[in-house]
Design a protein around this ligand. Structure first.
Ligand SMILES: O=C(O)c1cc(=O)[nH]c(=O)n1[C@@H]1O[C@H](COP(=O)(O)O)[C@@H](O)[C@H]1O
Length: 271
């Protein structure tokens, strides 16, 4: 199914704009999983199965798997999500960016090896570097626009002419040019609600992936006010650490569910 179709269906059927980020960090795993060769997969499956009915998508971050030589566990995790929670789209957070011939290999990795439904991509190298992902018209291509980290301002806030900021140019370019197949989204951090509002103004109803609530301190009410669409959707609001590590015992998945539920409800209260 087309990523955007699946996302819209999940917004409705789950009544949720929450994206649970899967950033497994073994040092914070509960004791009963420590040292197991399949600890990353087991930890993430526990989170996924406990929260799937509360989310509109999952977002595994590839670095947490690659750093532990656990790409095979990432493959198995995404296969598990497709099998057990087939209506839940998976965004592979890889923030790729390279020349077209190399980007084509990254696209194969994301969409064919890992079977992700969408990928995060860095737009810095321009249109031809993004084309290989866009050619998978049924997959989501989510481009970094105004990132949540403080240093994002170093470049994204530069005036590129006539008072337009670089992140605004990215938003305009993606909305007016790169989105011909309707499969683009943008990343805008919850830590910068004014910029979420600017981006929403530029791109209309295009889906925005919004990380930065929870551990990074972004505000849910401000995010919703700035980024929600008229029909009360339009956002994939990501939280990773605050949900993954809500508990540290054998009941970690239930603790994660409690925080995911609270977060989903806090978002829904502002829709
Ligand atoms: O593309 C992203 O997901 C992303 C973009 C951004 O601007 N800021 C950001 O934090 N992220 C990712 O979102 C997640 C945030 O995690 P928490 O701060 O633990 O909720 C991490 O996986 C980050 O890599």
């Amino acid at each position: 199914m087309h990523f955007m179709t699946a996302l819209r269906a999940a917004w409705q059927s789950r009544n949720s704009l929450l994206c649970v980020g899967l950033d497994p960090y073994p040092a914070r795993f509960p004791a009963h999983l420590q040292g197991r060769p399949d600890a990353i997969l087991e930890f993430c499956k526990g989170i996924v199965d406990a929260t799937a009915d509360l989310v509109c998508c999952f977002k595994p971050q590839i670095a947490y798997f690659a750093a532990q030589r656990a790409e095979d566990q990432l493959e198995d995790l995404i296969a598990h999500i497709h099998e057990r929670h087939p209506d839940t789209p998976v965004i592979l957070d890889a923030k790729r960016g390279d020349i077209g011939s190399t980007a084509a290999q990254y696209a194969v990795e994301a969409f064919e090896r890992f079977r992700a439904d969408a990928i995060t991509v860095n737009p810095y190298m321009g249109r031809d570097s993004v084309e290989p992902y866009l050619e998978y018209a049924d997959k989501g291509v989510i481009l970094l626009c105004r990132t949540s980290n403080p240093g994002g301002s170093d470049l994204q806030f530069l005036d590129v002419g006539g008072g337009e900021r670089l992140y605004e140019r990215v938003a305009r370019l993606v909305a007016n040019d790169w989105n011909a197949s309707g499969n683009c989204g943008l990343v805008v951090g919850a830590t910068f609600p004014n910029e979420i509002a600017r981006v929403r103004h530029i791109v209309g109803d295009m889906p925005l992936l919004v990380p930065g609530i929870g551990a990074q301190g972004g505000d849910i009410a401000e995010t919703m006010q700035a980024g929600g669409t008229a029909d009360g959707t339009g956002l994939m609001i990501n939280s990773s650490r605050a949900i993954l590590f809500a508990g540290s015992g054998e009941d970690y998945a239930q603790a994660a569910r409690r925080v995911a539920l609270e977060t989903r409800d806090a978002i829904n209260a502002k829709r």
